[in-house]
Design a protein around this ligand. Sequence first.
Ligand SMILES: Cc1ncc(COP(=O)(O)O)c(C=O)c1O
Length: 443
Amino acid sequence: MTLGHNGPVTHDRSEALFARASAVTPGGVNSPVRAFRAVGGTPRFIASASGSRLTDVDGRTYVDLVGSWGPMLLGHAHHEVLAAVSEALARGTSYGAPTEAEVDLAEAIVDRTPVDQVRLVSSGTEATMSAIRLARGFTGRDVVVKFAGCYHGHVDALLASAGSGLTTLAVPGTPGVPETATALTRVLPYNDRDAVSALFAEEGDRIACLITEAAPGNMGVISPDPGFNQFLAQTCADHGALFVSDEVMTGFRASRQGQWGLDGALEGWAPDLMTFGKVMGGGFPAAAFGGRAEVMAMLSPVGPVYQAGTLSGNPIAATAGLATLRLADAAVYDRVTEVGDAIKDAADKALSDAGVPHAVSAAGTMFSVFFSDGPVRDYDDAQRQDTTAYAAFFHAMLDRGVYLPPSAYEAWFVSSAHDDDAVAMILDALPPAAAAAREAARA
Ligand SMILES: Cc1ncc(COP(=O)(O)O)c(C=O)c1O
């Protein structure tokens, strides 16, 4: 039992499930951030979801600002996505042979983005892992460059942290990743052109690819400096390396085309490879990597670089993704922008009024609130947050029926299903939550 703002609130069923889950699954969850460790308390076990709302097993309903960590652009259980999926289910769930749905989904991605071809996979991790293998196979080089604080899934070579001092040599970011797996990875500070130029000057002829989130969303949301992605693409091109834009989170979310559409599209360059996930799977396990025809031609069975998957292009996932992309028209992005702007402005005002140091940060329709003074341009800045203040803020919002990401380092995801009632609930909850954050910061 916890004390909600309207008196005691019980979470008996979530607590019971969490106890059962913890006995059979490490930490009781199948992906770490769900465990609420960064904010404390018992994770809510979700029974159902519809539109902008989640309902937990204790019968409490929340306005959802997690959106399954990005996929639910249209909100939960969109009737047209459900109808398409139901129809597909009746025809069987997996064949291990090609289907029309895969072709339709690949065409929808190719239509909207600068890639010539895509290969469908089942998770964002698989997409980035495969993109890197392909970049290495295409260039015949080994070194991979990434930015500190960017997350590309749990690929061994990318679970790398910056080494000590000014060195760009990476060290394993977690036990279980051998030093040999990160020995060919270089980690640079985000938005730092000088660091990029210096590394390419020194090692450019060994670099297979540079991978970056099109706009980082995994250390909170950080906007690339104007022209930064274009600079990265140009630097890679100058040295014969591939530029890999990881759009697993931004793709079809930050804008209709992804962050790429906000920055590079107008300036005459395109990534060599891109990765997608989340929205394009419509809430099912689907992801993709794609790129220039010449690079994709290196992929098996056309070329020598091996890659495969039992459930790749699964017809149910492809159907859900395709329905989502087809429904994601300009009106959807307008609504997501409108809702996001209302929340950003209200959060900014509530935290300012309460005297809580903060910075609202956005890239396209993606945004988050840092609990530190801005500006936030890289991982060092992001890490200056007062996570204790965020935890108090999070729980005060949760008590008032708003489900925020259970970590200060995550984007807040809205959907086109966030109606005016949902927005009003969020706006009402913000001032008292800001006051709770201020109390926690003082304590
Ligand atoms: C930018 C980015 N790349 C890759 C991934 C990994 O995707 P998945 O969790 O589907 O493996 C994520 C997941 O959050 C992501 O945000």
